[in-house]
Design a protein around this ligand. Structure first.
Ligand SMILES: Cc1ncc(COP(=O)(O)O)c(C=O)c1O
Length: 362
């Protein structure tokens, strides 16, 4: 019998895969509760979902027809929303697809990406798939990037630098000065602004000056349509044209397209929900600040990176899980005492706070 793995690309046979979040049914099974009782605070989703106008846009679609490969309507809306020319925007099946496309476009096997952990795992995952070595430059103790370390790590095989702002899971921003220093190296700097709508801070203003800047965004978090997979990027017309050339022709399905357009058409209602999550994050901060044994980092996103003292994060994670509350646990040494907790609805925040108190006192 043929060993089929011998026919595969060697670097993919043993690739360290990316583990996404489990569906609520699985989480419920692990906690011995019903799926409706699960509180998902582990993926920075928007627990409110999208407003009714967005849900309504999903009915009556021509699902027997292919979507527009040029994304004309969606790109026109994105251009209007971002204040950029249409030629500077394109949509992907989530920000995730854009990350993958950037690695495909810019790296040949062996060409490198610089990544600054702790951060979002898809940059290094997509690099592994592309056979692009990841040069990891750990963040400083306050989670700012180690700028000198990044500059020192660059060699003639380096092609891309990925930085999230706000960063997931640490919640802090990349400064304009840091971005300029990195852009001045001439490498491609991908600034991931997936959490932009929770802080309103963007580096889009640098796009006119730097052709090597690309900004990533998402509809998953603020717009509450993570399940439909829509993200987008903003970059130079040349970059966008080449990304459009290599993307799958029908990467944005008709439901995703309709929902994203409706979210932009009804952005006030959508942004209001995002704002509620910011308020809940602040409420959580206030309560946690009054508790012994837990601290948190300032966050510009819809989540908080919390640190527990005198107790392993795994214990707290399990204690919350038993109560139906799922948060994000990390396997790295640096975050072994930390959990990332997404902002929820007021009721979810109430249950979370009660559960944290029980677990810490238990
Ligand atoms: C920093 C960051 N970038 C990108 C994504 C992916 O977003 P999308 O759902 O649009 O693929 C996430 C999701 O958690 C994220 O945290």
């Amino acid at each position: 019998m043929t060993d089929i793995t011998k026919l595969m690309r060697p670097h993919l046979v043993k690739v360290a895969t990316y583990h996404g979040v489990d569906p609520s049914e699985e989480l419920a099974r692990s906690a011995g509760i019903r799926p409706e009782e699960v509180i998902r605070l582990n993926a920075n989703e928007n627990p409110y979902g999208a407003p009714q106008q967005v849900v309504d846009a999903l009915s009556g679609l021509s699902i027997h027809l292919y979507p527009d490969p040029e994304q004309r309507k969606l790109r026109a809306k994105l251009a209007e929303y971002t204040g950029q020319p249409v030629g500077r925007v394109m949509a992907g099946a989530g920000g995730d697809e854009i990350i993958d496309l950037l690695l495909r476009l810019f790296t040949e096997p062996g060409q490198k990406l610089i990544d600054c952990e702790p951060t979002f795992g898809m940059y290094s995952f997509c690099a592994r798939i592309a056979d692009a070595p990841v040069i990891m430059v750990p963040r400083n103790d306050d989670w700012s990037i180690d700028l000198d370390g990044v500059l020192a790590a660059i060699d003639d095989q380096t092609r891309l630098i990925f930085l999230a702002s706000p960063n997931n899971p640490t919640g802090n921003l990349l400064t304009e000065a840091e971005a300029r220093t990195l852009l001045d190296t001439g490498l491609v700097l991908a600034v991931d602004e997936t959490y932009y709508e929770f802080c309103g801070k963007t580096l889009c203003g640098l796009l006119d000056e730097y052709e090597n800047l690309v900004i990533l965004r998402s509809f998953s978090k603020w717009a509450g349509i993570a399940g439909l997979r829509v993200g987008y990027c903003i970059g130079s017309e040349t970059l966008i044209r080449h990304l459009m050339d290599i993307k799958q022709p029908y990467n944005i399905n008709v439901a995703a397209e309709a929902a994203a357009i409706a979210a932009l058409d009804n952005r006030e209602a959508v942004l209001e929900r995002a704002q509620t999550l910011v308020e809940q994050r602040k409420r959580l901060e206030k309560t946690l600040a009054g508790l012994d044994g837990v601290s948190f980092w300032p966050s510009e996103g819809n989540f908080l990176l919390c640190r527990f003292e005198g107790r392993s994060a795994k214990d707290v994670y399990e204690g919350l899980g038993k109560r139906g509350i799922f948060v994000r646990l990390f396997s790295t040494d640096r975050l072994k005492d930390s959990l990332r907790i997404s902002a929820g609805t007021p009721e979810q925040t109430d249950r979370l706070i009660a559960a944290v108190k029980e677990v810490l006192n238990g």
